[in-house]
Structure formats: C-alpha cells, structure tokens
Design a protein around this ligand. Structure first.
Ligand SMILES: *Cc1c(COP(=O)(O)O)cnc(C)c1O
Length: 416
C-alpha cells in the first residue's frame, strides 16, 4: 500500500471503512449522539472493547475519515484531530505533562505556541527554550525531569531549520517524547517519523486544508515511542498493547479535557483540501524558490531567509531532510523602504497573517504576529523591524514577481 504515490494513497485512504450508498465522496455526519441496539454494546464501546462512537466531542465518523487521511500522510499508526492546531498542541501537553515536569522547546517558535508554553510555566511545568538548530543545545537542556522535546521543522517566520535527525537520535537515546510541529513543511515535504519523532502535530488550517476555509489540527503517533516507558500514562489507558496507550490518552484525556473537538463540516472541508496537498505544495515551493531567488538579487532587499537558498545557514540540512524547501520565506528591506508602504503597494499578494493558502500572503511580522512578544524576544529570535514574511500560494510565478517588483519600486506614500 505505501508503495503507491502520496496523492494516490491520500485520495483513497478514507474509503477503507464502510461506504454508504456507494457514495464516492465521504458525507458529513452531523449527529452528536450515537445509539446502540443494546446497552451491553454501548458499554463495550465506552470501555474501548468495541470500535464505535459515543458522543461527537470524543470522535465521530467525519473526523475519523480525516484522521485516516492524516495517519496515511504521516505514515503513522493513529491520529486525533482537534478544533485548531493550537487545540492539538494544548491538549497534547495537558494530557501528557504533570506539575514538576520539564519541557525543552526550540526558541524559534510560532508565537502562539510560545504563549502557550509560557502559560504552562505558570502552572508548574518548567520550560527551557533553546536554539534547536544545534543538537548540543538540546542535549545540554535535558534533565531527568524532561518529558518532551518540542520543535518546528522550519521555524515560522525566520525559517531556521532544526537539527531534526540528531535531536531525534538524542530523544530516542534518552526516552524523551520527541514532539515535532510539521505545519510549515507538511507531510508532503517531510515525515518527522523518518527522524525518530514520537508525535507529530499539523495545523490543518494551513497547508493541509489549504483553502483558508476551516480551522483544524491533528496529532499523529508515529508508533516509534515506547509508551510503556512513559511515567505519565494513566492506568485506565493501559488497555491492550502499549503502542496504543499514548493515542488513547490523547483522545480520552486530551481531547475530552480540552473540549477542542473539530466540527464535522470543518473536518469535511479539510479532508477535501488535503487531497490536493502535493499539487499545491509543488507549486507553492516552486513559487517560493523563484521569488526568494529574485528578491535576493534585488537592490532594495537586504536579506532573504529561505532554506532553499544557498545563503541560508541550514541550506544543506534542509536539502538533506525535505523534499523541497517549503512555501514560506522572510526578507528584510533596505532602510529606505518602509515595510508598511511596501506591503500596501502589493496588488496580487494579500496582506494577511495566514499561511499555507492557495493565495500568496505577506505580513510585516514585528508589528503584528510578533508585536506582543516584545522587542527583546524578537531580537533573540532574529526578527528585525523590517522583516516581512511571505507565504506563497499557487498563482503564476511571473505575476508574483511582477507584483513584488512594482511594490519594491513604489515611492513612499504612493500606496493604494
Ligand atoms: C498556525 C500554526 C499553528 C497553530 O495552528 P491553528 O490551526 O491556527 O491553531 C501551530 N504551529 C504552527 C507552526 C503554525 O503556523
């Protein structure tokens, strides 16, 4: 099965369960409760001894169809979907960490994830933020209380690439959960399981859904972590083989406690979007490389950060790890060009905080998504005041280059 190509597998992955009325495309199931012919059957489902659904907050068929797609994409063993990517990360940490535990995180982090980790610090979980582009920093931070190492494949927005493979070896050696945010690369460009990740999170809102019309998140168990070694598994989830304990605790405890259930109509839209992930990523990556290459040679651009460029400090790492360098890059303007004037002069490109969309989007990050972070933290993360993040869509490259060129040459105050 896994010898078939990525898109073939993903397209057909949700037809492995019963097909209703011969429908070629999965329906949207809206029922919250699930009824059973007899109470003993319901009890078996409750106790996890029979497959089935009970109440939609803990799982239902439209979510399950999406979960199968995500599991197939990540080549994992099982997935749980959540209302948002943030919901997925928060619920996973809630389910797996206890007061007194320690989390090691990359300091190059999506700002909302950073905010969440600071909240965990307030409730008794110690967090150490390290430069994860070098395994040595992660190794130095690990203590006997470390339960999880968390990082992003390509950091948003400055595109630092984590030392993914060597950190994977380290986590395996230490028995620590290796939790990788694959949102920016997506499973089409990179499988975190290939470098030893235990759990993978994807914000489905971004590349996988791809059309900016539904929020969602997913956590996938790669099957590599030995849950019998994890001290925080509750006895009630130790039914059956230990390979299933982690995902059981994420679904039963994480999803239920956080209440972050994915709505069925959103799950359906994300499933449909997921079918074209590879096609969209191919085009978005091609556009990013063309634009980044073009901007690097432009006299009004001072720096471009894109792992696909030879000038990027982790270019070699990105080339070795990823199918392609992704659809996200960032750049700094020369001091004479104002970042607001520049973004306002773009006509095709949309000024928006979103990414992984069919449309190309640009945003001045220091003043928006990283405003609350503060100047000191921005400096540590390498975010200059003029930094602009670009997420490429699937437009024709020539139109994007023309739009950027026009905006770069626009006179101050001439904005639309
Ligand atoms: C957007 C994003 C998230 C959060 O996802 P939501 O679906 O918006 O909650 C997490 N990690 C990264 C890297 C992201 O870009």
């Amino acid at each position: 099965m896994s010898t078939r190509g990525f898109t073939t597998r993903i397209l057909h992955s949700d037809r492995s369960r019963a097909i209703e009325h011969g429908a070629v495309h999965n329906p949207i199931h809206t029922s919250i409760p699930y009824g059973y012919r007899n109470s003993r059957e319901l009890a078996r489902v409750f106790q996890g001894r029979q497959a089935g659904f009970v109440y939609a907050r803990s799982g239902q068929p439209t979510q399950a169809a999406l979960e199968e797609k995500i599991t197939a994409m990540e080549e994992g063993t099982a997935s749980v979907v959540f209302a948002t990517g943030m919901g997925a990360i928060a619920a996973t940490l809630l389910a797996l960490l206890r007061s007194g535990d320690h989390l090691v995180s990359s300091s190059y982090l999506f700002a909302n994830t950073g905010s969440l980790f600071h909240t965990f610090e307030q409730i008794g979980v110690a967090v150490t933020f390290v430069d994860a582009t070098d395994v040595a920093h992660v190794e130095a931070a690990i203590t006997p209380r470390t339960r999880i190492v968390f990082l992003e494949t390509i950091a948003n927005p400055r595109t630092q690439v984590a030392d993914l493979a060597r950190i994977g070896e380290l986590c395996t050696e230490r028995g620590v959960i290796y939790f990788v945010d694959n949102t920016i690369t997506s499973p089409y460009l990179f499988l975190p399981g290939s470098v030893g990740a235990s759990l993978v999170v994807n914000s489905l809102t971004k590349c996988i859904g791809g059309h900016g019309n539904a929020l969602g998140g997913a956590v996938t168990d790669t099957g590599l972590y030995d849950w019998s070694r994890y001290p925080n598994v509750y006895d009630s989830y130790k039914n059956g083989a230990s390979s299933g304990w982690g995902i059981a605790q994420l679904r039963k405890k994480g999803l239920r406690d956080a209440g972050a259930a994915l709505a069925p109509d959103a799950a359906h839209r994300l499933s449909v979007g997921a079918e074209t992930l590879a096609l969209r990523m191919e085009r978005a990556c091609e556009n990013a490389l063309k634009l980044a290459t073009h901007l690097e040679a432009h006299p009004r651009v001072s720096r471009v950060y894109y792992p696909g460029l030879e000038s990027h400090p982790q270019h070699g790492l990105a080339k070795a790890l990823f199918r392609s360098a992704g659809g996200l890059f960032a750049f700094e303007l020369v001091p004479e060009v104002d970042c607001f004037d520049f973004v306002d002069s773009l006509e095709t490109v949309v000024c928006s905080s979103h990414l992984g969309d069919t449309r190309t989007m640009a945003i001045p990050v220091a003043h928006t998504i990283f405003h609350e972070t503060g100047a000191a933290a921005r400096a540590r993360m390498g975010i200059a005041d003029s930094l602009i993040r670009v997420s490429t869509g699937i437009e024709d490259a020539a139109d994007l280059i023309e739009d950027f060129d026009r905006a770069l040459d626009a006179k101050p105050g001439r904005a639309r």
